[in-house]
Ligand binder design. Sequence first.
Ligand SMILES: O=C(O)CCC(=O)N[C@@H](CCC(=O)O)C(=O)O
Ligand SMILES: [Zn+2]
Length: 350
Amino acid sequence: MTSSAERGMPDFTGDFLAFTLAGGRPAAGQEALICANGVRATWLDDGILRLEPSTIDGTTRSVLVSAGIHGDETAPIELLSFIVRDIASGALPLACRLLIVLGNIDAMRTSCRYVDDDLNRLFTGKHAQLPQSHEAPRAAALEKAASDFFAHAASDAGARWHIDMHTAIRASVFEQFALLPHTGAPLSRAMFEWLRDARIAAVLLHTAKGNTYSHFTAETCGAQACTLELGKVRPFGQNDLTRFAGADRAVRQMVSGGEGVEDASMPRVFTVIDQITKQSDQLELHVAADVPNFTAFAKGTLLARDGEYRYTVRHDEERIVFPNPSVKPGLRAGLMVVETTQQTLAALAG
Ligand SMILES: O=C(O)CCC(=O)N[C@@H](CCC(=O)O)C(=O)O
Ligand SMILES: [Zn+2]
């Protein structure tokens, strides 16, 4: 194994995003490099990189940080590539085993959410039902990479983390929010405190199993996992990365083992009470394109009709998240949530 300095920069750590988009592969025998501070960087596959500190013991955390599961959600992809650069150069100390994943590379190349199918609907084995889909092998590869990575992790639940970074199609009442998968495990106070430190304003609690990446790592790998929505979708190079400073700082703090900043309030919490599922191409969603995520609707409002199906607001107030009539039939066209901040925060496990 040679050091990156011996080989001369740039290597795959200098600009992991550019290297990945260009379809770069390390030369044979050059897949593992020793970077600054003795960090070992191992290129595992397109867009998949493992970084390890020089010493690892039974308490070392294992952290998966991913971006670009949707190819057009570019800001977190840029942030993640800068984190790789800074660890490799020594500017950011590394205190955990770290798996970096850039998700849907072909969709990134064409600035679209996906090529054939939404990658974030193909995890927990769903890819096996769509073997012809362009995204199916990628979902299988990402599942395997996560399983292999966490197979060598400390067994303590607090030692396994997955942060999956996205941006959303619409604006949002809460510009930055998180979604937690539903696995039946108790909600983790450590996760909520980290989300607070990341300046996440709201947390959405799923109440049903999903096929998302964070659901897979939570359920199958025992990770504390979340999906972050950090702002709006924009093309590469058009992001104001200062708007992502809170999450960027919190991810850097997690990987370097630094202390969080406790000067923000806990996020508000919303729990999913129903899902509007697209039954057919007849779906009418009565939510205009400029209505932000988490907009509230009053009891009795008709929000969707699709053949015989109707969605009418039942609670005094319900908020809609990710309304999207353009999804494929059978998929989620909107999530309905109600606020549960008090009871959720009161019940957090220590
Ligand atoms: O803006 C949108 O409509 C979608 C943004 C996005 O990609 N959200 C994730 C959320 C994952 C989850 O439900 O936990 C997704 O839809 O995959
Ligand atoms: Zn996304």
